[in-house]
Design a protein around this ligand. Structure first.
Ligand code: ARG
Length: 465
């Protein structure tokens, strides 16, 4: 059987494999709600402009409502022979209301239809992702407030660098996620143009009102060039690019959770809710959720590459290649949303081991910079010289196998005779973080202020725990 929706000039049916490669209904059925909404807006416009009679438009709208109810109720039968969601819906409409259903496709093509549906779908997804990112920010900001003064080792090169607070570390991720939200909000602005009415590629001779459909569907305006409108997938690429960056952020946090909860670091603990056991090693508590969040970055960034490669060689305007746009996007955004909720759960669940963190923060001569700063402030040494002096003192401590603060004053004075016992205060980790009050620094007063500011801002956005 040739396709009943476009088979006029075809004498023979497609090969089985043709149907197999051509059909998109198995995945684009997700667009059903948006497809019907767009059709309703289109038919209302066709009536308002006198292209259809009011009675015809009413019948079509009523039929579309019925199709929607059938899909919602799970009684709709999707057919691969009908290729895609657009033809499945229109074909059912015809069964329900008869030949007048054929008038719905006046001044429209599947090319502008699918571009419109996909934008509508992604607009909803952007809303859901923004909320999920906000939720994770809130979980992190809560932790930050709770642990504003909890000292932990700060690393560069994964080597102990300087003491920081756990709250400060949490807020670093709040900032990253804020940029992610900004990127998605920016994509949402550019996405807000309606392709409907661009028809196949050249526009239409019917006196349509594109402002009306754009407005009815909540777009800021209609797209300005019909060729561009049906062949553009930048909006999906931008979202995948943003998703790849957001996933990379989640992956970094996941990696830190894996590190912190490993017995050798032992800086934090996840409860049984977010760990799994081993089938052979009874002692194991594996951070599987964190590992899976880390791994999902691969498929999300892969989806971005996949769509970029689909698009890169396409001449204007629509080509069937573009049907391959949906699966990577659906998969990537599903993975991102799942990763975000798993991460939000893990952050709330994560308990830092405050003693272990403080102990680790004090090891590795982490306050050597504070000693150098003390030499600058109290003895007037240029920082470079203070750095040199401190380096020699660290070497002495290392030779004796002790922490800087355990090194006798005589050893300090053997390097720089003007050092007094007051210098020991500079070596205290709590004192060190407290002193870092520069804007954006790790001092608990800063962390508390920033955490409160974020919590207030996020609560105002209607986010709750
Ligand atoms: N299923 C198609 C897609 O997703 C809809 C557009 C089909 N257009 C066409 N000219 N065959 O891209």
């Amino acid at each position: 059987m040739t396709n009943t929706m476009w088979g006029g000039r075809f004498a023979a049916s497609p090969a089985e494999v043709m149907e197999e490669i051509n059909a998109s209904i198995d995945f684009d059925k997700r667009l059903w709600r948006h497809d019907i909404l767009a059709s309703k807006a289109h038919v209302a416009m066709l009536a308002a402009t006198g292209i259809l009679k009011a009675k015809e438009a009413d019948e079509i709208a009523r039929g579309l409502g019925q199709v929607m109810a059938e899909i919602e109720g799970g009684t709709f039968t999707f057919s691969r022979a009908l290729e895609d969601i657009h033809l499945n819906i229109e074909s059912r409409l015809r069964e329900l209301i008869g030949p007048v259903a054929g008038k719905l496709h006046t001044a429209r093509s599947r090319n502008d239809q699918v571009a419109t549906d996909f934008r509508l779908y992604l607009r909803d997804e952007l809303g859901a992702i923004d909320r999920a990112l906000g939720q994770l920010q809130l979980a992190l900001a809560d932790k930050a407030l709770q642990y504003a003064a909890a000292v932990m080792p700060g690393y560069t090169h994964l080597q102990t660098a300087q003491p920081i607070t756990f709250g400060h570390h949490c807020l670093a991720y709040v900032e990253m996620l804020s940029r992610d939200r900004g990127r998605f909000a920016d994509a949402a602005k550019r996405l807000s143009e309606c392709p409907l009415g661009s028809a196949a590629l050249a526009g239409t001779g019917f006196p349509i009102d594109r402002d009306m459909t754009a407005k009815a569907l909540g777009f800021a305006q209609p797209t300005a060039n019909s060729l561009d409108a049906v062949s553009d997938r930048d909006f999906a690429l931008e979202i995948l690019a943003g998703a790849s960056i957001a996933a990379m952020h989640l992956s970094r946090l996941a990696e830190e959770i894996v590190i912190w909860t490993s017995p050798q670091f032992g800086l934090a603990r996840l409860s049984d809710k977010f760990t799994t056991g081993s089938s052979i090693m009874p002692q194991k508590r594996n951070p599987d959720a964190a590992e899976l969040v880390r791994a999902k970055t691969g498929r999300i960034a892969g989806a971005f590459q996949a769509l970029l490669m689909v698009m890169k060689g396409l001449p204007l305007a629509y080509a069937k290649d573009m049907q391959e746009d949906k699966e990577p996007v659906f998969d990537a955004l599903d993975a991102l949303k799942l990763g975000l909720s798993a991460m939000t759960g893990m952050v709330a669940d994560l308990e830092p081991d405050l003693k272990a963190m403080k102990r680790a923060a004090a090891s590795g001569h982490s306050t050597a910079t504070d000693l150098a700063d003390w030499l600058v402030l109290n003895l007037g040494l240029p920082f470079r010289d203070a750095h040199h002096v401190t380096g020699k003192i660290v070497a002495l401590a290392e030779a004796k196998g002790c922490e800087l603060k355990k090194l006798p004053l005589a050893d300090f004075q053997s390097v720089e005779k003007r050092i007094t016992k007051d210098a020991y205060a500079a070596l205290d980790v709590a004192g060190s973080v407290k002193s870092r009050t520069s804007y954006g620094g790790t001092a608990p007063v800063n962390v508390r202020r920033e955490a409160n500011r974020w919590i207030k801002r996020l609560e105002k956005q209607g986010l709750s725990r």
